[in-house]
Design a protein around this ligand. Structure first.
Ligand code: SF4
Ligand code: SF4
Ligand code: SF4
Length: 399
């Protein structure tokens, strides 16, 4: 079983402030025995805990450039979000050359794949106009739907992640290149999970996930040493920024975690059915605002204009069996049947009545409800609540 959370914890750096525990939208973190514990089944890899930690107690781990040594031929895939950090074609060609200097045999711009996928999303949304198609290509949204909005699972567009489509098509043309290693430059924590390594997720075609911030110092070292020709696709670049996507009254395109959950809350109650498409980016400014990028996401819009304003090439063609997938989500809930879920829910509610309801996190859990869940699962005890003894003492004094 692979590790789902890409978040790693460093005990030495942690000052036990509990900010990360409070920041997690799915209560995946707790403090037990003075150290942070990450619940892999709950974690969405949204990166909010990492952003909230100012002590480097939490980091997202990716593959490293040493992993190139395992292969005969290596390819680095560059997404639109990273391209959108460049202010013009000269800088972009410089960047591609610097990435190639890290030791890659090929550096591939995946904006053509991202553009073709976007066109397919718009086509699906228009074809199934009587229902809201949810699309995102962010694993956070897909997991959020699975975790908290299972009623909406059938609304998810069954289209593969663009990086996966690109990896499959790249590999299919390199069959005579020996052992081919495909690396993806990842702009956010969530994308790190979409590769075989370092987390052992063997279902993906991409071999390695590199965090852009990790390789940035090396990239910078090789800047201004040459140029590698690249002409990104305009519709692919536009897919990384909500302000540049196709705007229609029937499309609801939103960025930011709170907005995304608000939209999913409303969609779950069928209150957004007049929209054909709900396109959701948990990161502010879309994928161009990914936590692992080094650029200014507010400038991405202008950069994209400068990079591809006049591009009018048609979409590349992607075979049906590569474009579509029924594997957007992986079941994570260990409590399987509906009856088991109800029984668990009832037991948690009963336990919750015995707890103070202060949600103070003094026990290391984010809220009393999470504490109640852990007590029902048998991992914690009622006596682990720090407030109950104080309340008891007060009661005794007042009697
Ligand atoms: S945010 Fe979390 S990991 Fe970071 S120092 Fe505070 S408790 Fe430790
Ligand atoms: S990455 Fe997101 S879901 Fe996972 S532990 Fe951190 S805040 Fe929670
Ligand atoms: S009141 Fe008790 S159970 Fe609730 S969060 Fe505080 S210590 Fe934990």
């Amino acid at each position: 079983m692979h590790k789902r959370s890409v978040v790693t914890y460093t005990l030495d750096q942690c000052i036990k402030c509990m900010k990360c525990v409070k920041a997690c939208p799915t209560s995946a973190l707790s403090m037990v025995d003075n150290r942070i514990i990450i619940n892999d089944d709950r974690c969405l890899n949204c990166g909010r805990c990492i952003s909230s930690c100012h002590s480097k107690g939490l980091l997202a781990r990716g593959s490293t450039l040493h992993d190139l040594e395992q292969y005969d031929y290596t390819v680095c895939m560059v997404p639109s979000s990273l391209i959108s950090n460049c202010s013009g074609l000269d800088e972009l060609e410089d960047l591609f050359n610097a990435i190639s200097c890290l030791g890659f045999d090929e550096v591939v711009d995946i904006s053509p794949y991202e553009g073709a996928v976007m066109s397919e999303v718009y086509r699906l949304a228009d074809e199934y106009a009587d229902t809201s198609v949810i699309a995102s290509f962010c694993p956070v949204v897909n997991k959020l739907v699975e975790h908290s909005y299972p009623m909406l699972l059938d609304h998810l567009a069954p289209i593969a992640y663009p990086s996966e489509i690109a990896a499959k098509m790249i590999r299919s043309r390199l069959t005579d290149h020996g052992r081919v290693g495909i690396f993806n430059c990842c702009e956010c924590e969530a994308k790190l999970e979409l590769a075989k390594y370092p987390y052992g997720n063997m279902r993906y075609e991409t071999d390695h996930a590199l965090a852009i911030v990790d390789i940035f110092p090396e990239i910078q070292r090789h800047m201004e040493q040459g140029r590698l020709k690249v002409r990104p696709y305009r519709n692919g670049l536009q897919s990384c920024n909500p302000a540049l996507m196709l705007q229609k009254p029937e499309y609801l395109i939103a960025d930011g975690f709170e907005k995304v959950t608000n939209i999913l809350d409303l969609a779950e109650f069928d209150l957004l059915k007049s929209f054909q498409l709900l396109y959701l980016f948990p990161c502010f400014n879309g994928c161009a605002g990914g936590h692992l990028l080094f650029g200014n996401s507010y400038l991405a819009r202008n950069n994209i204009h400068a990079l591809a304003e006049t591009d009018d090439r048609p979409d590349i063609s992607i075979p049906f069996d590569i474009m579509f997938t029924d594997e957007m989500t992986i079941p994570t809930d260990t409590i399987k049947t509906f009856a088991e879920r109800i029984s668990f829910f009832n037991k948690v509610n009963q336990m919750l009545e015995k707890l103070p309801g202060y949600d103070c996190s003094a026990c290391g859990m984010q809220t009393c409800r999470i504490m109640a869940e852990e007590i029902v699962k048998g991992t914690r005890q009622l006596t682990d609540c720090r407030i109950l003894p104080v309340m008891k003492e007060e009661e005794d004094v007042n009697q």
